[in-house]
Ligand binder design. Structure first.
Ligand code: HEC
Length: 103
């Protein structure tokens, strides 16, 4: 009985160990939705705020890391950036880089 239980549990443990985003093609879009309030839908800002649409991938990652470390001073992005893992930042970078600029 014990053996059967471990056979059943093992795949579940392996699945849980995998990234939650591995098989989700929309992961970048979902994460980026958290930024829409200030940076516009899909990063297309129509106000005074910086657009993230079309943002260079490398520059995005670098900027988010600089916010996290405090190297780049910010009023609130240092706090927001700290809420994301490297993997999540990479997914958002991929997403924003291919969005068309609003203007
Ligand atoms: C509550 C408003 C708000 C939200 C939500 C927000 N930001 Fe920001 N963002 C700002 C402000 C304000 C700045 C200017 C830096 C500062 O003072 O924090 C900024 C600046 C940035 C910059 C630098 C832009 C540049 O080139 O100067 C990036 C990149 C950025 N935000 C990414 C994000 C990402 C990614 C998210 C979502 C995970 C996000 N922001 C969510 C307000 C916001």
């Amino acid at each position: 009985m014990r053996k059967i239980a471990s056979i059943l549990i093992l795949p579940a443990v392996l699945l849980a160990a995998q990234s939650a985003y591995a098989n989700n093609p929309l992961a970048g879009r979902y994460l980026a939705a958290n930024c829409a309030n200030c940076h516009g839908t899909n990063g297309q800002s129509v106000g005074g705020m910086e657009s993230l649409a079309g943002y260079d991938r490398g520059r995005f990652v670098q900027t988010m890391k600089a916010f996290q470390s405090g190297e780049r001073p910010a009023t609130l992005m240092h706090q927001i950036a700290k809420g994301y893992t490297d993997e999540q930042i990479n997914l958002m970078a991929d997403f924003f880089a291919v969005q068309k600029k609003a203007r």
